[in-house]
Design a protein around this ligand. Structure first.
Ligand SMILES: [Zn+2]
Length: 419
C-alpha cells in the first residue's frame, strides 16, 4: 500500500454531522401531509435552504457566494489555488426524498470539516457546490449547465415550467437577474476536477449486494414522439378486419421492444413507452390516432443509433400491417457522457482499499456530473437506494452506506488535493 492510501484510510467522516445536515436541509419544503419534500428550483423553500447552507459554510470559515445561476459555492483554500469541486444539487422534485442531490453537497462539506480538524495541508482549494435547478423544472440542469458554459441566453429567455411560469421571472423573484447566469461559467484552467456522491435511485446495488457504485458514465438518451394515424370508427359497426386501429400499432410495437434490444442493444439498453394518448379516446370508438413517447438509453451512441434505426423500421412495417400512417419527431438526443477514466480508477481503488463491495456501473439517470465531464476530470459515486426508490417521500439510504460513500469521497479528495 502506498503512503497516500495509508493516510486516506486513517481519516473517517463524522456520520452524526452528516445526518444533522441532511435532517436540517429536509425541513425546507417538507410537507407533513405526504411527508414529501417540495423544494423545486427557485421556489421560496429552495432559496431558504440555499441561504441556510451558506450560513453553515460561513460558520466553518469558508468563502461563500451564490453565483448568477443560483449555485451556492463555499471555498476552502487560498484564492490563487486551483479548486477541486465537490457537489450535487439542492433542489428536489415535488414530493421528493431527503437524499437525492443534498447528500452530495453535505458530503462535500463534511470532507472539508475533516480536512480542517486534521490540519491537512492542501495543494489545491476545495469548493463545495449546491447546484441549482437540476431536476428540470424548467427543462434543463440550469446550475451545472451554467458552471460548465453550456447555457444559451435565448433558452434562458424562453424557458418556462409546467404551469407556464417563465424561468427569468422565477429567477427575478429570487433577486437573480437571469442574464447573470451566463457569467457563472468556470474556467477549466482553474479546476482540478469534479466529484459527486449521489444515491443510486435504482435497485442494482441493493440487488447485487454492493455498497459503492462507481459510475463509468451517464447513458445517452433519445426521446421520440411517435404517431400512428388510422381511422376513427364506430366500435360496434366497423368489422375487425376493416379497421385501421391506431392502438394496435402501439400494442404491436410494445411487443417488439424486447426483440429490438436483443438484436441491437446491450445489457445497458433501456427502451420505454412512458405515455400513450388515444384519439378521440372514447370507449366506443376505434382509436383513429395514437400518440406515444419512446425514450431510449444506452452507454454507446452507436448502439443508440442502431436502436433508433430499428425502431423506425419496425414502426413502418407495423403501420403497413395495420393500414396506418406513421410519423415521428425526435424531441431530444443527448449523447452518452463517460466519466473520466482516472476518476473512475481513483474512486474504485479507494472503495476497494476500504474493503467496500464495489460495482462499476452506468447511470441511467442524468446528473450534474454529465455536464462537468465537458470541462474537467469528473467522478460520480453511488450508494444504494433502499428498494431502488427515489423521487418519492420514502426514498431512503442506510446510514452505514451514507458513511461509506462519504469515506470514499474523503479518500479520493485527499489523494487529489493533499499537499
Ligand atoms: Zn439527483
Amino acid at each position: 500500500m502506498n503512503q497516500k492510501l495509508q493516510m486516506s484510510s486513517n481519516l473517517t467522516i463524522n456520520l452524526e454531522r452528516v445526518k444533522q445536515d441532511l435532517y436540517n436541509l429536509a425541513r425546507f419544503g417538507y410537507n407533513p401531509d405526504d411527508q414529501g419534500i417540495y423544494r423545486q428550483g427557485f421556489s421560496d423553500e429552495d432559496m431558504k435552504a440555499r441561504h441556510w447552507l451558506m450560513d453553515q459554510m460561513e460558520g466553518y470559515g469558508l468563502k461563500v457566494r451564490m453565483d448568477g445561476a443560483g449555485n451556492v459555492i463555499g471555498r476552502y483554500g487560498s484564492d490563487d489555488q486551483k479548486a477541486l469541486l465537490i457537489g450535487s444539487h439542492l433542489d428536489s422534485v415535488p414530493a421528493g426524498g431527503m437524499f437525492d442531490g443534498v447528500l452530495g453537497v453535505v458530503a462535500g462539506l463534511e470532507c472539508i470539516r475533516v480536512l480542517q480538524e486534521n490540519n491537512i495541508e492542501l495543494k489545491h482549494a476545495i469548493e463545495v457546490i449546491g447546484t441549482s435547478e437540476e431536476e428540470g423544472r424548467f427543462g434543463g440542469m440550469l446550475g451545472a449547465q451554467a458552471l460548465t458554459g453550456n447555457l444559451k441566453l435565448d433558452w434562458l429567455e424562453r424557458a418556462q415550467d409546467h404551469s407556464g411560469e417563465m424561468l427569468r421571472d422565477a429567477m427575478a423573484k429570487c433577486q437573480l437577474p437571469y442574464h447573470l447566469a451566463m457569467e457563472a461559467a468556470r474556467d477549466p484552467e482553474d479546476l482540478v476536477g469534479f466529484l459527486e456522491l449521489h444515491i443510486e435511485q435504482g435497485p442494482v446495488l441493493e440487488k447485487t449486494n454492493n455498497t459503492i457504485g462507481v459510475v463509468e458514465g451517464i447513458s445517452g438518451v433519445f426521446k421520440w414522439l411517435i404517431k400512428f394515424i388510422g381511422k376513427a370508427d364506430h366500435a360496434g359497426t366497423a368489422p375487425m378486419d376493416l379497421r385501421s386501429d391506431a392502438f394496435m400499432g402501439v400494442a404491436d410495437f410494445a411487443h417488439e421492444i424486447s426483440r429490438i434490444i436483443d438484436e441491437e442493444g446491450t445489457d445497458k439498453t433501456r427502451l420505454t413507452i412512458g405515455s400513450v394518448e388515444l384519439k378521440p379516446g372514447f370507449a366506443h370508438t376505434v382509436p383513429g390516432e395514437a400518440d406515444f413517447t419512446l425514450v431510449g438509453r444506452d452507454m454507446s451512441e452507436e448502439v443508440m443509433r442502431n436502436l433508433a434505426d430499428s425502431c423506425r423500421k419496425v414502426c413502418s412495417s407495423i403501420a403497413r400491417k395495420h393500414k396506418l400512417m406513421f410519423e415521428y419527431e425526435q424531441m431530444s438526443w443527448l449523447e452518452p457522457r463517460p466519466c473520466t477514466a482516472e476518476m473512475v480508477e481513483l474512486l474504485e481503488r479507494h472503495s476497494r482499499a476500504r474493503d467496500y463491495k464495489t460495482l462499476l456501473m452506468p447511470s441511467g439517470a442524468g446528473h450534474d456530473s454529465q455536464f462537468f465531464t465537458d470541462i474537467t476530470p469528473t467522478g460520480l459515486l453511488f450508494i444504494p437506494s433502499v428498494g431502488g426508490v427515489s423521487h418519492a417521500p420514502d426514498e431512503w439510504s442506510h446510514w452505514h452506506d451514507v458513511e461509506k460513500g462519504c469515506n470514499v469521497l474523503l479518500d479520493a479528495t485527499l489523494e487529489l488535493i493533499a499537499a
